[in-house]
Design a protein around this ligand. Sequence first.
Ligand code: PEP
Ligand code: MG
Length: 750
Amino acid sequence: MPNLSGKSTQSESRKLLGRLREALAEDSEGQKRLDRITSLIADSIATEVCSIYLFRDQDTLELCASEGLKAEAVHQTRLRLGEGLVGRVAKSGSIVNSANAPSERGFRFMPETGEEIYSSFLGIPVQRLGETLGVLVVQSKDARSYSEDEVYALEVVAMVLAEMAELGAFVGDGAALSARHQHPVMIRGGVGQEGTAVGNVYLHEPRVVVTNPIADDPQAEEIRLDAAVDTLRVSVDELLLGAVQGDKEQLQVLETYRMFANSKGWMRRIKEDISRGLSAEAAVEKEQSTARTRMSQVPDAYLRERLHDLDDLSNRLLRILTGQGKDTGAEMPQNAVLVARNIGPGELLEYGRSLRGIVLEEGSVGSHATIIARALAIPLIINASRITTEALNGDYILVDGEQGIVHLRPDDSVKAAFHDKIAMQTTAAERYSSIRDKPAITLDGTEIRLSMNAGLMADLPSLESSGAQGVGLFRTELQFLVRNKMPRRGELVELYKRVLNAADGQRVNFRTLDIGSDKVLPYMKPQDEPNPAMGWRAIRLGLDKPGVMRMQLQAFIRACEGRPLTVMFPFVAQFDEYIQAREIFEKVLENEARLGHILPERVEIGAMLETPSLAFAPEQFFEMCDFISVGGNDLKQFFFAADRENERVRKRYDTLNVSFLSFLEGIVERCVASGTSISFCGEDAGRPVEALCFAAMGFRALSMRPASIGPVKNLLRRVDLAEAKSVIDAARASGAQSVRPAVVEWISNL
Ligand code: PEP
Ligand code: MG
């Protein structure tokens, strides 16, 4: 097809697609179809070689059909991802077009194919929604670079091949021709919430299936596209009108939508693809696939977000064109494991406890969805790359929230091993439930109070089931995070009343709002801070803008209806912050009395110790403060200067590092000297070995996720704290960096 341009190229391209469609429509098996396609392409564009390589596993490409290369090489020639020019195309997801292939970087000559006589090479990734399924290659003897038009025509062909592969048109013998979405797949991600789950995939947003990638009548397709884009524009405008007034972020996203929906470049590219013979939906999907590949390569987070917006918009357009709604009528399977690219906190709450597990392609440990999954104790894996392209509704799936691994369509040996693991957990769970109503008393008779962390109404049933002695940390900001507008005081009173009622007389430590840092309220102006974890957050914000804090304190007092009240302020870094917060509380209390509200029979006002500075506060602080709760998550990140959300640095510093442990011991000593009660409420309190070491350092109250209470209590009841302390002291004296190895060894010999 050399030297063709404009309209004639388009009609050539359409002719090629027309022949392709005939070949695909023939009732034959996958291999025959592939053979037919390669010979048809070679003939159509007058080139000596046309080959199709497909993945046989994640890392290996296999030559599956060829016109021109030696027949005996088919299904024998294999390349690793990144190996040779074909491997390079697959790895980079971009085209290689060379007149002199042997001179190209990475060229690798495969003698069994007889390709040594071919000089020019054009390799095009066969991609669907940004996922590379294989490579389409043409080669010729004469040293020529394939023209832009030829490249373009083959890109369109590659797109059709990808669609047909997805629909199972090439299924045949051998791994490379096995049906898609049937292999077992193991994906390694990150742990958002621990726990294990066995279930069936339920896609949050099912994929749109394009069943007719090729169309004969470009005009009719353009009309369909224009009509769909009009519908899309109207729906985006409606969204804009309905957007929460003043919610800048939401408006910004919708404006981006509008920008793309009106973007000439985007439409032009789609229309060009249509004129080459693609159906409207296939053309939209081709553009979406290119954008996805770009997305994975863009380092700038802002730009990546905009490309995500474009992706969402393409999905909307595809749904309009195909008539496939978001709700495909797929029933939620039993034991549903939700699979999504990402999900908002509100949507996740709607699914609630009906889910066994959640697997997200994106997400982060500090995201709101993670906070909700934790509160609901649903195992969550984040950063599970490719999960949304690999998984189909109903697929069998194993979620290993301990290792951060997902097994999709696992084979029998993996299933068996996983079931063994669950059986062991069940046995342990039975053991924990048998001690649920027993106290956490060590062998030497020391009682450790174990309470739970909470923040959502969904947490409340755990008070009963876990055997927790009250709520050691109630993160009030979660209620603010899951709404799209500021809750009113009356609503808060009702919420806090429900919490106190559920606690049934047990202590509840309400923490005032800890917003800022990673917890940004959707309805508050975001602060553009370079380092939000050390920025204007928690009590800093509360003291500078005391309106919300006052409202919250009033709500606590009213919810108590005379019962005792305990309140703590987060992130107190120096004495005067505590004094000011306490003064505000006292004024609110006076005012409530004046308004005739019943006051709590007793009030305790505590501070969270989350910055090393507070450990060195004046004696008077410890005397004035009713109780101290160590927020180990923040304290540890500031002690080691290691971001708690940055896996790479977070894991570097062990909580049982002797410096940190001795620092904690010093804090306990100061509290004991001043008679201030002290507890520990960071995540580490829920890890049995850590909890034991904290108890050995003198902590007598720990607060943790409800699911951790059983394992922690089980260990505490088996140990003598004085012995544990001597093991720790010996490890410290030996110059060890962490006391963990010594303590773990000691526990294993109990
Ligand atoms: C902590 O920092 O340890 C803590 C309990 O608070 P949060 O995790 O909510 O910051
Ligand atoms: Mg904290």
